[in-house]
Structure formats: C-alpha cells, structure tokens
Design a protein around this ligand. Sequence first.
Ligand SMILES: C[S@@+](CC[C@H](N)C(=O)[O-])C[C@H]1O[C@@H](n2cnc3c(N)ncnc32)[C@H](O)[C@@H]1O
Length: 266
Amino acid sequence: MPSKVAKQWKDELASGETYRQRIKTRVEYSLFKLRPCSKKLKQIIRLGKIRPGMKVLDFGAGGGRDSVPLAYMGCELDALDCSDRVLRNLIAYKKSVERYAKGTLKINTICADILEADLLASRYDVIFSCGVIEHFLNERERRQVYQILARSLKENGRIITSVPNGNHPLRARQRAERLGGYNIEEIDYTVELFENDIKGTGLVLEKVKGFNLFGYVFILPRIAKRGWLCLIIKPFYLFLRLFENWLPFLFTRKYAYWLFFAARKR
Ligand SMILES: C[S@@+](CC[C@H](N)C(=O)[O-])C[C@H]1O[C@@H](n2cnc3c(N)ncnc32)[C@H](O)[C@@H]1O
C-alpha cells in the first residue's frame, strides 16, 4: 500500500520551487570543488565510511544536495524520491555540475514511494536518509521502511539515518509552529524509537551522534528574522560547537539540533 507520507510530500513539493540548486558559473564550480560537502554530508560520509566506488542509496533525495557531491566523489548513486518535481531539480543540478566537471556523474533517479519501490536485494554498501523517516507517523510503516532498506543492503553494509533531534528544548515549539520549513507532520524521533524501528530487520545499532549543538535557536522567528540578533548569537554558537565532538552523548542527545544513527547489517 502507498504511504500517506508520499502523497503529502508530492502535494507539498508540487506547489513550489523546492531544493533548486544549480552551478551556473565556473567560479561557482571551483567553489563547489573546494567545498563539495555540507557538514551534514560529512557526518554521513564518516559514519557510513563511504568511499569512492561504493554503491549508495539516498532515500528521500530531494534536490540532490547530498547525492550530487557523493557522485562527484566517485560513488554510484541511486537517488530515490516520491516527488518527480524535486528529482527534475536533482537532474538539473547534476547536469550543471557535469558541464564544468567534463564528465558524467553516476546518479540514477528512482521516482517511487519507498513502500512500493522495487529495490534489488543486497545491492547497496550504504543507504542514508536525511530528514525523511520522522515524517512517517505510523510505527508499522517505519518498520516496513527499515525492512525494505535492510533487504537491499549488502551484508555488513550500513544505514545512516539523520533526523531533527526529538529531545531538544525547542522541539515542541518547532513542531507546533512548523518551524522546520514544511507543512508536514513529524514525530519526535529519538534513539529509543530508532532501536525499536530496526528490531527484527537484521540491523544492529552501531553509533549515535548529536550534531549541530544549539543549532535549533536559529529556527526561532525572532532570531531568524533579525540579522543583528543572529550576528550577536553566532560567535557564541560557533564557539560552543568547537566542543561538540568532545561532550558526552548524555549532553548532546538533549542539546544537539540533529541526531545521526548508524546501523550495520549483520
Ligand atoms: C525534508 S525532505 C529532505 C530532502 C533531502 N534528503 C535533504 O535533506 O535535502 C524529505 C524528502 O523525502 C521525500 N519522501 C517523503 N516520503 C517519501 C516516501 N514515502 N518515499 C520516497 N520519498 C519520500 C520527499 O519527497 C522529500 O523530497
């Protein structure tokens, strides 16, 4: 059965210019070469131990923010999304990078609802999703998603899931006022939920990491709208983030804006 989530996202994304990323000039391309990865993607690469040549699935790929740099790095990507609208943007982004890179990036797009996707068994070294699973409100559907993903993962392959931290102090407000940027419901995703969702799939939790310490303060409209307030807060925020990797997880699991989970197929 198709998921309600896929229908909601298709409608939401059909109504606007979403995830549009292009490389328009040679200068932009040079910058892209120097800084091809977002900080989130760097976490995914580290946790997934992603290397060139690996087969990777980006579940809920959006406009290719992560798929394109990974393909540029030399991975073979399948970018799956239920919205053809965002996949068109992904293809445009890929082509604009290829124009300057003078080569072809290995990205295959799959337009499908994950619950109905026809994925090959034991195909991928790594599967990742960024900001997707928390939109599946139904536990049965989430477990089904992980069953499907685990099946298409190679033995010893890894799944990396990243979600907004369901425990952070502004979480209730973020959800109530839809401060995440989309008009789609989410659950408060936590370590316990992830462990529960992967039960019986053959996946074993390997690592949990808090990311972007205190980053949630910038979603507050009062701060987001006023440039000067951001300017005052940003130095403190950047200073505190220096310690992100050294603080105990008991602290970061509460005060990080995002959580990353890595699980391995055994
Ligand atoms: C918040 S966006 C994240 C996009 C991208 N991962 C990023 O971080 O920029 C969630 C994406 O998941 C896709 N999505 C949601 N439910 C899905 C489903 N059931 N099957 C496939 N894709 C889905 C949406 O279309 C959307 O592009």
